[in-house]
Design a protein around this ligand. Structure first.
Ligand code: ADP
Length: 455
């Protein structure tokens, strides 16, 4: 087992990894930017190293600085968390070259899944059902119109290197294709440095269903069931739950075994998430995220498996200690992402939190870096806390979420707490009638050409 792990991240996920390391008796190294000097992840790690100024590009994305910090402190592994460098095949390779273990899949698998067009081809070959679309990147308007003609409108243009819902455009008419293609290519180039895009059939209101997998280096691979992440705004998840009301046992078993086979086909190791769209009883592969997900706690709550500890054990070469038949699911879990945002306009609301309190109580878990008098920096992601509840059934999980949110105090900045209370009060939510268009009821109709009209 590792003696010391460097956590190449910040915020709640850095604390989450420290929690796992403490339980395993492993020492930790925090890295931080100048903006995060007083953060809890720095306080609770055994050692800490400043890796640069506030701008992510100069600190949390700075591979040489992170590797140097690992070498100076003698860390034998790096956990990348999510976001930042978590899906960087380059970091994984540099780690390998420096004899530092990267806690994640093999760099080749990260690279394959990081190119969504290639991932689609590989997963189709491995037996996963696909939405109709282009076989690879589409360069010209002519080709895009041809693909759309074959598969039928509406279609969605997506960035090959996509992530965070960026670089996507829905196209409903051939006359819109040229402009949409150019905008998507430009956006993708700006966000990911790669302008390639592909085209697939667009579904109006599908459900987003994803499967969590864990694979060791001895050929054992299991899935930990599904998460429903259909409550999204601008294709970014807001609220997630497990299990999904939309899956019958039969579909769950079928998807689970297809996912396990597909993951084995690419010799997948460590934690990963296979994302699908579910529409009219049929499911279609979307992408694989080769890292820990923000919403991993709902799976932990229903399975009792600590995914971060499993990631660490797997990276250290241990065998999975359980078989698929030993993975059991108990009750229901929901996660609300509490963002520092205006709940009406969604404008970011960074600043100082003057008072912070989230009640615990049965079935409530809070993953956060926030505390009274802490600063929510404008430099980084706006998520300040994840509130996760667990109940014997969905109704109890919802009741626990409602009372936790009602008793949450965050003074000084605006948060999405009121928005989550509105979502939980919606009859469609309570009845489980979910889809990726669910949030449209809360969003003022966007003017054409505005950001909210982007997809
Ligand atoms: P990213 O990697 O940017 O998060 P994903 O491929 O995971 O992109 O898609 C994010 C979200 O975008 C999905 O959860 C869904 O809401 C929407 N989406 C993506 N592809 C389609 C599609 N073909 N039809 C309808 N919605 C889609």
């Amino acid at each position: 087992m590792f003696k010391k792990i460097l956590i190449a991240n910040r915020g709640e996920i850095a604390l989450r990894v420290i929690v796992a390391c403490r339980e395993l008796g492993i020492k930790t190294v925090a890295v931080y930017s100048e903006a995060d000097e007083n953060s809890l992840h720095v306080r609770f790690a055994d050692e800490d190293v400043c890796i640069g100024p506030a701008r992510s590009a100069d600190s949390y994305l700075n591979v040489p600085a992170i590797i140097s910090a690992a070498e100076i402190t003698g860390a034998d592994a790096i956990h990348p968390g999510y976001g930042f460098l978590s899906e960087s095949a380059y970091l994984a390779e540099v780690c390998e070259a420096c004899h530092i273990r990267f806690i994640g899949p093999d760099p080749n698998v990260i690279r394959l899944m990081g190119d969504k067009a290639r991932a689609r081809r590989a997963m189709k070959k491995a037996g996963l059902p696909m939405l109709p679309g282009s076989d690879g990147p589409v360069e010209s308007e002519e080709k895009a119109v041809k693909v759309a003609w074959d598969i039928g409108y509406p279609v969605i243009i997506k960035a090959v290197a996509g992530g965070g819902g960026r670089g996507m455009r829905v196209v409903r008419l051939p006359s819109e294709m040229g402009a949409a293609l150019r905008t998507a290519q430009r956006e993708a180039e700006a966000a990911f440095g790669v302008g390639d895009v592909y085209v697939e059939k667009y579904l109006e209101n599908p459900r987003h269903i994803e499967f969590q997998v864990l694979g060791d280096h001895h050929g054992n691979l299991v899935h930990l069931g599904e998460r429903e992440c259909s409550i999204q705004r601008r294709h970014q998840k807001l609220l997630e739950e497990s299990p999904s009301l939309a899956l019958t046992d039969k579909i769950r078993r079928k998807m689970g075994s297809l996912v396990v086979d597909a993951a084995k086909a690419v010799q997948y190791t460590n934690a990963g998430t296979f994302e699908f769209l579910l529409d009219d009883g049929k499911f279609y592969f979307m992408e694989v995220n080769t890292r820990l997900q923000v919403e991993h706690p709902v799976t932990e709550m229903v399975t009792g498996i600590d995914i971060v500890k499993e990631q660490i054990r797997i990276a250290a070469g241990e065998r999975l200690s359980f078989k698929q038949s030993e993975v059991t699911f108990t009750g229901h879990s929901i996660e609300c992402r509490i963002n520092a945002e205006d709940p009406e306009t969604f404008a970011p609301s960074p600043g100082v939190i003057h008072a912070f309190s989230v009640p615990g109580g049965p079935g409530a878990r809070i993953d956060t870096f926030a505390h009274s008098e802490c600063t929510v920096s404008p430099y980084y992601d706006s998520m300040v806390a994840k509130i996760i509840t667990h109940g014997r059934d969905r109704q109890e999980a919802i009741a626990r979420m409602r009372r936790t949110l009602e008793m949450t105090v965050v003074d000084g900045i605006k948060t999405t707490v009121p928005l989550h209370l509105k979502i939980l009060a919606e009859p469609d939510f309570v009845a489980g009638r979910l889809g990726t268009a669910f949030m449209e009821r809360f969003v003022p109709k966007a003017k054409p050409g505005s950001l909210a009209a982007a997809v």
